[in-house]
Design a protein around this ligand. Structure first.
Ligand code: SF4
Ligand code: SF4
Length: 416
């Protein structure tokens, strides 16, 4: 069996002769029947973007001059509670805190750690409030420049695809797996997973995606710490880390769900094509990546099965907003349901958009247009057609970060 070594691939990269594809480019060639052979592929950059609950940031920042309080007991950033410590920083006015991406503001459950981490990276000011063990209350405003050190850790990231949910009961169910309570009677389907672009899906036996390997996490160079929590051979995921301050705010942010604010992240991982076995794993396409459809209540009861081609094949990645069709209604349901607040004050900010599709279902006047598709399923021996109403993964961001990783490797700014 033929093999290549990392040094041979690195030598080709140095000479500008390496053949590097993003997963999207590679899959398109497979679909066209024009896929390059093992010898003609050196690296494939794979990516995924989605709601990843197990995200926390370790932040160190200054809130006051030294000597004002002993150490922090409670920390709030824009009203979002963070965990003080573990370092006490006695009398320094300096705070170490761990902020969970899933923690909600004490004032608004739709605002939380995910939104806050994006806003800090965008350069926005954040209100910091510290209650100390000696009962001193300190309030200040901080920006990213006041964060002396920030590190993001994801305890469960980049799942090898996931699950689709629908609601067979006759009442709406509120869940983190839908942007709003999911109506009953199988009226809609919500799903996560980037299908054949997902890194672990392209390296199922973990030939190269393993502890110590490098990744791009929200645009920042990071590492795989090992398997994520609840990772199993059938449903693997990864524990990842990277420097928070070097992240690009485009790739990280908050995502409102029926149960309040969550957080999304984007991950890209290079797969060096060292052996034919690694190459063969990369030949998988959306049609072959199965997707279980489960009852949103109870999650573990499979109702049916489909595949990722049915979720993504040929459908739109972003909506088109036609301002002249927008009635500027007094109350806008789109503003209420848009999980990333991409529609605010009747203005569409495409850079904030996640492509979830909710706006097309909720706009009363068809100002938003987007084909998110529908799927034919067999449930209890009955054929049903269910519209896809909410995506909790974003292929556009996954593709963009995979392309950025490819370019960084080509420019020798990311070594394998
Ligand atoms: S519901 Fe639709 S038409 Fe009405 S304000 Fe919102 S986007 Fe515009
Ligand atoms: S697709 Fe629509 S609802 Fe979803 S994030 Fe974009 S603007 Fe908001």
């Amino acid at each position: 069996m033929e093999i290549k070594t990392i040094s041979q691939i690195n030598e080709k990269i140095d000479k500008g002769e390496a053949n590097i594809y993003t997963a999207e480019e590679f899959k398109k060639l497979i679909k066209k029947g024009d896929v390059p052979c093992f010898e003609e592929v050196d690296v494939v950059t794979c990516g995924t973007c989605g709601v990843m609950s197990g995200t926390a940031a370790i932040l160190n920042f200054i809130v006051s001059e030294p000597g004002k309080f002993i150490r922090a007991r409670e920390v709030y950033l824009n009203g979002v509670p963070a965990y003080a410590g573990p370092c006490p920083n006695e009398w320094l006015g300096s705070i170490d805190a761990i902020l969970h991406g899933t923690t909600h503001s004490i004032d608004d459950k739709n605002y939380g750690g995910g939104f806050l981490l994006k806003e800090l990276l965008e350069g926005k000011s954040v209100d910091a409030r510290v209650e100390s063990v000696d009962n001193v209350s300190v309030e200040n405003t901080i920006t990213i420049d006041d964060i002396v050190r920030g590190q993001l850790i994801g305890t469960r990231m980049a799942f090898k695809n996931y699950t689709a949910f629908t609601n067979p009961s006759n009442e709406a169910v509120s869940s983190i797996f839908a942007a709003t309570p999911l109506e009953g009677n199988l009226s809609g389907l919500t799903f996560s997973g980037c299908g054949d672009l997902n890194p672990l899906q392209n390296d199922i036996p973990h030939n190269v995606i393993k502890e110590g390997a490098k990744v791009l996490l929200n645009g920042s160079e990071g590492y795989i710490l090992g398997d994520g929590t609840r990772s199993s051979p059938e449903k693997p995921n990864l524990m990842l880390t990277a420097n928070y301050k070097e992240m690009d705010p485009y790739y990280i942010g908050g995502f409102k769900t029926g149960e309040g604010g969550e957080i999304y992240n984007t991950v890209a991982i290079p797969i060096p094509v060292l052996t034919e076995k690694i190459y063969n794993n990369l030949l998988i396409t959306d049609e072959e990546v199965s997707l279980p459809v489960v009852d949103i209540k109870g999650r573990h009861f499979p109702l049916s099965e489909t595949n990722y081609h049915e979720m993504w094949g040929g459908y739109d990645l972003r909506p088109r907003f036609n301002d002249s069709d927008c009635n500027k209604c007094q109350t806008c349901l789109v503003e209420d349901v848009c999980p990333t607040n991409a529609f605010k004050n009747r203005k569409f900010n495409i850079a904030q958009c996640f492509g979830c599709g909710m706006c097309t279902n909720f706009c009363r006047h068809n100002a938003f247009n987007m084909n998110t598709g529908d799927v034919d399923l067999e449930i209890d021996d009955i054929s049903v057609n269910i519209p896809i109403i909410c995506r909790q993964s974003d292929r556009l961001r996954a593709n963009k970060l995979s392309l950025k990783l490819k370019q960084l490797i080509e420019k020798k700014e990311f070594s394998l």
